[in-house]
Ligand binder design. Structure first.
Ligand SMILES: O=C(C1CCS(=O)(=O)CC1)N1CC[C@](c2ccc(OCc3ccccc3)cc2)(S(=O)(=O)c2ccc(F)cc2)C1
Length: 276
C-alpha cells in the first residue's frame, strides 16, 4: 500500500466540477480555495520566519553540522524533506480537481512535483542579504550542508531560492504557482493525461487571472522558465540520491523515511521496505 495514505479515489460526483459553468465566479473561487489551502499547509508562515531571519548558526553549531558523517547529514535532510513533503501532499489533496484524478495519477504527480513545491516554498524563507535558508530552526548558509558531499546540488538549491526571491512573488502568486507545478499533464506515467490537462488548465486560468489582477502578466513566462529549472534541480536530486544509495545502501534502505523512498527512489532499483 502506498505511503501517501488518505488519498481518496476518484469520486464521480466531483467530476461535475467545472469552472466553465460560471467562469468569473468560479475562477475567483478556484483562486481563493488554492490560496487558502496554501496558507493552511505551509509549515511556517513567512512572517514567523522573517522574525527569525537573523537567527544564524554559531561557529560551533556550523562545526557540528560539518563534522556529521555524509550519511548522518543525508538522513537528517531526508527526514526534513519528508516532513515538508507531507504538507505538500495535504496541499495537493485540497487543489480542486486533484482528488478527481485516479490514485495512481495523484501519486505520479506527487512523485515528480512534491520536491519542486518544497523548493519553491523554501525560497519564501531565503534571506538574500546573507544567502541563508531556514533549516533546523535557524538560518543556514551553504557551508552548513558541506558534509552532504553534494555541493553542486546545494549550490543549485540556493541559486534557485535566490532567483525565486528576485521575482518577489506574493503568497497568492506562490499558491497558484505551486498548484501549477503539481498539476502538470506532461509528467511521466500518467494514466489519464486528458483529465490532468483539464485540472491543469483550470489552475493555469487561476494563475493568469491572479497575475493579470496584480498587473504582472510579464511574470508568467518567468514562472515557466523557473519550472524548467525546477525539473533540472529535481533530476540532480535523484542523481545524487542514486549516488548516495550506492555508497550508503544501509542508510538509504533502512534509515530513510518510507515516504522519501516511495517518492524519490526510482521504480527500477526499488529500495526494499517500500511496499507496492
Ligand atoms: O525548506 C524546507 C523546510 C520548509 C518548511 S519549514 O517549516 O520552513 C522548514 C524548512 N525544507 C525541508 C527540507 C529541505 C530540503 C531542501 C532540499 C533538499 O534537496 C534534496 C536533498 C536531499 C538529501 C540531501 C541533500 C539534498 C532536501 C531537503 S532542508 O533539509 O531544510 C534543506 C534546506 C536547504 C538545503 F540546501 C538543503 C536542505 C528544505
Amino acid at each position: 500500500s502506498h505511503e501517501l495514505m488518505g488519498i481518496h479515489p476518484y469520486n464521480p460526483l466531483e467530476d461535475t466540477y467545472s469552472i466553465y459553468a460560471h467562469p468569473l465566479r468560479n475562477i475567483d473561487e478556484l483562486c481563493a480555495s488554492i490560496v487558502r489551502s496554501h496558507r493552511e499547509t505551509s509549515q511556517c508562515r513567512v512572517e514567523e520566519l522573517q522574525a527569525l531571519r537573523w537567527k544564524l548558526f554559531s561557529r560551533e553549531e556550523i562545526q557540528a553540522y560539518q563534522s556529521k558523517t555524509v550519511d548522518e547529514m543525508w538522513q537528517h535532510c531526508a527526514i526534513q524533506l519528508t516532513d515538508a513533503v507531507q504538507y505538500v501532499v495535504e496541499f495537493a489533496k485540497r487543489i480542486p480537481g486533484f482528488r478527481m484524478l485516479s490514485q495512481n495519477d495523484q501519486i505520479a504527480l506527487l512523485k515528480t512535483g512534491s520536491m519542486e513545491v518544497v523548493l519553491v516554498r523554501m525560497s519564501r524563507y531565503f534571506n538574500t542579504e546573507n544567502n541563508t535558508v531556514f533549516f533546523d530552526g535557524k538560518f543556514a548558509g551553504a557551508e552548513v550542508f558541506k558534509s552532504l558531499a553534494c555541493g553542486d546540488l546545494i549550490a543549485a538549491v540556493f541559486d534557485f531560492a535566490h532567483d525565486m526571491c528576485a521575482l518577489k512573488l506574493t503568497e497568492q502568486q506562490i499558491a497558484l504557482f505551486t498548484a501549477l507545478v503539481l498539476i502538470n499533464a506532461d509528467r511521466p506515467c500518467l494514466e489519464d493525461r486528458g483529465r490532468v490537462q483539464r485540472v491543469q488548465r483550470n489552475v493555469e486560468l487561476g494563475l493568469t487571472h491572479i497575475l493579470h489582477r496584480d498587473n504582472q502578466d510579464n511574470l508568467l513566462h518567468k514562472l515557466y522558465q523557473r519550472m524548467a529549472v525546477l525539473r533540472s534541480l529535481c533530476r540532480l536530486h535523484i542523481e545524487k540520491l542514486h549516488w548516495f544509495s550506492q555508497r550508503y545502501p544501509l542508510t538509504a534502505h533502512s534509515l530513510f523515511p518510507p515516504l522519501y523512498k516511495e517518492l524519490f527512489a526510482s521504480e527500477g532499483e526499488l529500495l526494499p521496505g517500500t511496499t507496492h
